[in-house]
Write a protein that binds this ligand. Sequence first.
Ligand SMILES: Cc1ncc(COP(=O)(O)O)c(C=O)c1O
Length: 274
Amino acid sequence: MNELSQRLQRLSPSETLAMSQKSNELKAQGIDVINLSVGEPDFNTPDHIKEAAKQAVDENFSRYSPVPGYPALRNAIVAKLKNENNLEYTPEQISCSNGAKQSVCNVIMTLVGEGDEVIVPAPYWVSYPEMVKLADGTPVIISAGIEQDFKITPSQLEAAITPKTKALILCSPSNPTGSVYSKEELAGLAAVLAKHPQIYVIADEIYEHINYIGKHQSIAQFPEVRDNVVIVNGVSKAYAMTGWRIGFIAGPTWIVKACNKLQGQYTSGPCSVS
Ligand SMILES: Cc1ncc(COP(=O)(O)O)c(C=O)c1O
């Protein structure tokens, strides 16, 4: 008899982590492998960050951190969003977690329930549909092939929306394709979303700084959808800090508060030294 919960039986294991493990095994056998699985930057955490961490250890940043993260960290994120993205947020609109992965999952768990549909443009990061399933929601996949640079069009989005659509997960720059939505392309999607205020956008911007095409644009810049957008970002990819586990969301206060509530019963605040 299978005693696992229905929830776990529905869940597929992370293919990315499985590929990564396989490549490590092959490397250990002396085989020359190029590992294209986990998004691990090709440089080390910069020295000034390492020095700050050593100082944090010496200054006893070793206790539980506040669930949404230290105020200094949230203030720094508010400043980042203003300086790099020209977006205004307050510290109450920021919640830090143990990585962008947890942040995406927090938002999905907070917003999505049984019967809700979540639109996921393909090719997608493998965790998105699994997280939606974990929340008892239904992933709705829209395909964007190479002929459209792996980006969905406003008409594709419109066609995928039903009365049950709760959210769209938009990853730009995209994992796995590297495609980057331009401001004009995002404006087109925002115009469709503005007609459907029951839909929330989970804007995964973790690859903001791994962008070889143009300036990073956030869909949160459009006032007509701004109150329905939750930005997900973190330090993993931009600062080669994948193991430090710091992610964050920026979004409407009620969603941020709900994520804090969830995280408070689940993992508590992010790593204090990080
Ligand atoms: C699209 C995407 N979002 C989120 C994450 C998770 O980032 P973190 O390491 O901060 O949890 C990854 C990591 O590979 C990713 O590819």
